[in-house]
Design a protein around this ligand. Structure first.
Ligand code: LHQ
Length: 263
C-alpha cells in the first residue's frame, strides 16, 4: 500500500491504492507510519518525499472502511471513529511533524480530507497545476482532523481557514499557493522531477539544523517574543557544537561546497 524507493539520500514514499484514489485505510496508514519510522531511523536517509500513485494524492479516509463507515442497519450502534484518530491519524501527524529529516509532499492530484492535511503537515508542499485541496470533512458532518484545525489557521489565517473548513470546496493548487498554504505549483509533467530535486537539495543541507528550524518555528508560535529569543539561543548554542556548523563555515571560508554529516 506504500511503495518505498530510495533515491540516494531521499526516501520516496508513494501512497499506492490508485484504484481508490489512495483513500486511507488503517492498513495503509499503518504502513505509512512504519515507513516514516524506518526513514527516521535510517541514518542514510536525509529527506523524505511523499506522493500518490495514479491521478490523486489521496481522497482522505476510506469511507467504505468497516472501521469507519456508519452502519445503515436500523438499531446498530454507531462506531467510535475516534479510535481511528487515536491509533492512526494522531501518531502519523506527530511523526510527520517530528521527523529528524525534512519531508516534502508532491501533490499530484486531489488531496481531500485527511489526505489534504497529511500533505499540509509536510515541511514543503509542491503541487501539480491539476492538483487540488479539499477540506471535505464538513460535507460529511465532521471537523478537519489529522492536524487540520491547527495547520490551516497557521498557514492561511483564521478567516480563510474557516472558509475552507466550513464550505469544504475544492481549492486549486494555484489558489492554494496564492494563499500561502503550499510552497509552489509546477506543471503536472514536471511535478515529480521538481519535487525530487527539492528533496535532493534538502538532503544535501545540514539535516539537524533543518529539523531544529522546524522545531524552533513551531515552538515560537506558542511563545512570547522573549522566550522565543531564549529558545533560539538555546538551540543555536547546541548547533554551534555540531560538526555541520564547523563544516559550513570552513567550506564558506575555503570557497568549496560543504559536506554535511550531522543528522
Ligand atoms: C472513495 C473515497 C473515499 C472511499 C473517492 N473513500 N472511496 C478520519 C477518521 C475517521 C473518520 C472519518 O474521517 C477521517 C478523516 C477524513 O479524511 S474524512 C474525509 C474523507 N474524504 C472525503 O470525504 C472525500 C470523498 N471523495 C470525494 O469527495 C471525491 O471522490 C474526490 C473529490 C476526492 C475525487 O472526486 P472525483 O475525481 O470525481 O472521483 P470520484 O468521486 O469519482 O472517485 C473515484 C472512486 O474513488 C469512486 O469509486 P467508484 O467505485 O465509483 O469508481 C469513489 O467512490 C472512490 N472514493 N474517495 N474517501
Amino acid at each position: 500500500l506504500i511503495q518505498i524507493e530510495q533515491h540516494g539520500a531521499v526516501c520516496l514514499l508513494r501512497l499506492n491504492r490508485p484504484e481508490a484514489l489512495n483513500a486511507l485505510t488503517a492498513a495503509l496508514l499503518g504502513q505509512l507510519r512504519q515507513a516514516l519510522e524506518a526513514a527516521a531511523e535510517d541514518g542514510a536517509t536525509r529527506a523524505v518525499l511523499i506522493t500518490g500513485a495514479g491521478r490523486a494524492f489521496s481522497a482522505g479516509q476510506d469511507l467504505a472502511d468497516p472501521h469507519v463507515a456508519p452502519s445503515r442497519e436500523p438499531g446498530v450502534a454507531p462506531k467510535d471513529i475516534g479510535h481511528m484518530l487515536d491509533h492512526y491519524y494522531v501518531p502519523l501527524a506527530l511523526r510527520l511533524r517530528s521527523m529528524p529529516v525534512p519531508v516534502v509532499a508532491a501533490v499530484n492530484g486531489v488531496a481531500a480530507g485527511a489526505g489534504a492535511n497529511i500533505a499540509l503537515g509536510c515541511d514543503l508542499v509542491v503541487a501539480g497545476e491539476g492538483a487540488s485541496f479539499i477540506q471535505a470533512f464538513s460535507k460529511i458532518g465532521l471537523i478537519p482532523d489529522c492536524g487540520g484545525t491547527w495547520l490551516l489557521p497557521r498557514l492561511v489565517g483564521r478567516a480563510k481557514a474557516l472558509e475552507l473548513a466550513l464550505l469544504g470546496d475544492k481549492l486549486k493548487a494555484a489558489d492554494a499557493a496564492a494563499l500561502g498554504m503550499i510552497s509552489r505549483v509546477v506543471p503536472d509533467a514536471e511535478l515529480q522531477v521538481t519535487a525530487m530535486a527539492l528533496a535532493q537539495k534538502l538532503a544535501g543541507m545540514p539535516t539537524r539544523a533543518l529539523a531544529e528550524t522546524r522545531r524552533a518555528l513551531d515552538d515560537a508560535l506558542k511563545l512570547e517574543f522573549e522566550p522565543a529569543l531564549k529558545r533560539e539561543a538555546a538551540l543555536q548554542s547546541q548547533l554551534g557544537f555540531a560538526y555541520d556548523f564547523l563544516e559550513g563555515v570552513a567550506a564558506f571560508m575555503d570557497k568549496r561546497p560543504p559536506e554535511f554529516k550531522d543528522r
